[in-house]
Design a binder for this molecule. Sequence first.
Ligand code: MG
Length: 283
Amino acid sequence: MEKWPLGVFASSDAGLGVKLEVAHELGVPTIQLHAPAKATRTPEHARRFLDRLATMGIRITAVFGGFEGESYADIPTVTRTVGLVPPATRAERTREMKEIADFARLLGVDVVALHLGFVPHDSGDPLYREVLGVTRDICDHCRAQGQALHLETGQEPADALLRFIGDTERNNLFINFDPANMILYGSGQPIEALEQLGRYVRSVHCKDAKWAARVGQEWGSEVALGDGDVNMELYLRTLDKIGYHGPLTIEREIPQDPVRQKAEIGRALKLLRDVKSRLKAEG
Ligand code: MG
């Protein structure tokens, strides 16, 4: 397989990411798919969707779970609404995550991913044990059908994430590394975190952000790739160093402005192609 095939975060009928048509117009060979709405997670839709992707020459590298009621408005809202941490929705979302994994299987995709939400950093917290329990449950469901589960980074510092993964005692739990999230949430220097998490990183987002004035108290700001504090060349060099050669999936979450979103992803593709060829020329 080609080293570092380019991709975008996309959706078909629900959720975050660009529309499939946009991914096609941008000419990318891969996407990560945000899980479609429940009504369309059927074998018939999966078949039709795969036919459509085949005509576009696009391959799905991961299916991302997302849930009704999640909001990334600010850090307290993320804590309250995102992933499997909020107790009121946990059982229902765990069930839905398994259904999403089943749909990914219909699509022939062996990676499912999600934002767990804010896992308590204190492993003595009862909430920590509860989140560990549902994560194991989903891992086991995935493993029975030959799938891995990837956790999106951001909310946890690298050492807390490593401890959590170790505590699950599951061998199909890995990381979808997002360097911008480390900055947005203020959970650590992204390049250092990437080196630390290295062996668990099995998919990545290419996204950029600027640090907040009060790191960890307020959001940093997501910006176009290359305009933020990640340093994309160093990011790719570090991915090379840890031996990650899988897809580079561009994520740009400005759904309110699809014209700008497409233009910025277009520039991001050019930037990544340039860095790739520079690194290739160095050998
Ligand atoms: Mg991301």
